[in-house]
Design a protein around this ligand. Structure first.
Ligand code: NAP
Length: 304
């Protein structure tokens, strides 16, 4: 490989997952170029020009429209970013011979039943966000064969807003929390995901062939739990970290008690066998990841 050629282009580098991907790439000694809003992924010509200028071997896309409820009011914008954007990145990748990594979501499923979803299960998004993310999977796959799509759920990390930070804030502000207990899934901590995706890119970075374990993968932390149970774990960690002095009660409620504009899947369980078997990824227990996350968040000064 041309030594001057940047191996990775990390798209959406300013986001929650994107930031960790950049850190992990640098820690692994992989050269990378990064972009965020200034390379608008809805602009096919801009994406293509940037790809041709830097000629990365891998394009790792963490850019997305992630405001799930707002997407009900802005379906066209959500579709442009989450649906068209991955298609543009896929076309640019095909033009320069790059591999694409992209991230999707449990929201592509309708949430029925209680069986963990496998990658081949039929999709059936319930929301504008879910439809836009499914369109992105399809447009990427139409544009190139050399892609990895990681469907992930309940993402949290040190950057930006997420459920963990929201629960800690509410524990500090409210006498009692009410959290839904009838949606079951698994959190995904950005750090081990980012580390393992970068590890994959490092192992395969010089691979220019068309063969490879490309395709869709389900990835999340180990264990199946409700948002309510996740909140109980967060409260324990917040107490241990000294972020709260007392533990306000957390009351389990039904989804119907807390209506939101975008319907959520009730069953977000992922079967994670394929990612372990075919890519050698490790799935870490959600509770252990949460404890390690608090340690990382502490080092970041418990930034909000
Ligand atoms: N968050 C979750 O719970 C969750 C769950 C499952 C899957 N996912 C998926 O995981 C991936 C990473 O999510 P995340 O929560 O880390 O995202 P995030 O924090 O919202 O970051 C997304 C980044 O993309 C940028 N961006 C938005 N529109 C863009 C555009 N048109 N062109 C270029 N950049 C643009 C954003 O910039 P601005 O900040 O300026 O908008 C932001 O820096 C996404 O594919 C998401 O769909 C997330």
């Amino acid at each position: 490989m041309d030594a001057a050629r940047s191996r990775l282009w990390i798209v959406g580098a300013g986001g929650m997952l994107g930031g960790d991907l950049v850190e992990e790439a640098r820690a692994a000694g992989l050269s990378c170029v990064t972009s965020d809003r200034e390379v608008d992924i809805t602009d096919a010509a801009r994406v293509r020009a940037f790809a041709e200028q830097h000629r990365p071997a891998w394009i790792i896309n963490a850019a997305a429209y992630t405001a799930v409820d707002q997407a009900e009011r802005e379906p066209a914008l959500a579709m442009a970013i989450n649906g068209d954007g991955p298609g543009h990145l896929g076309a640019a990748a095909a033009a320069i011979g790059a591999v694409v990594v992209h991230f999707s979501t449990d929201y592509v499923f309708d949430g029925h039943g209680d069986r963990p979803w496998v990658e081949a299960d039929p999709t059936g998004p319930l929301s504008s966000y879910g439809r836009s993310k499914l369109a992105g999977e399809r447009r990427l796959a139409e544009a190139t064969d050399r892609f990895f799509i990681f469907r992930i759920s309940w993402l949290y990390g040190v950057r930006g807003k997420n459920f963990v930070k929201t629960v800690v804030r509410l524990l500090r502000e409210k006498p009692e929390l009410r959290i839904v207990a009838d949606q079951i899934g698994s959190p995904t901590w950005t750090r081990p995901l980012a580390r393992q995706v970068i590890g994959l890119a490092g192992r395969m970075a010089d691979d220019r062939g068309s063969d490879g374990p490309y395709g869709i993968y389900h990835y999340s932390d180990d264990g199946y739990l409700s948002w309510y149970e996740f909140a109980l774990g967060i409260r324990e960690e917040a107490l241990a970290a000294g972020l709260i002095e007392h533990a306000p009660p957390i009351v389990p409620i039904a989804t119907s008690d807390y209506p939101l504009p975008a319907p959520r899947p009730a069953n977000s369980r992922f079967c994670r066998d394929k990612v372990q078997r075919d890519l050698g990824f490790t799935i870490f227990p959600w509770r252990r990841n949460l404890a390690e996350y608090f340690a990382e968040w502490r080092s970041a000064g418990f930034c909000t």
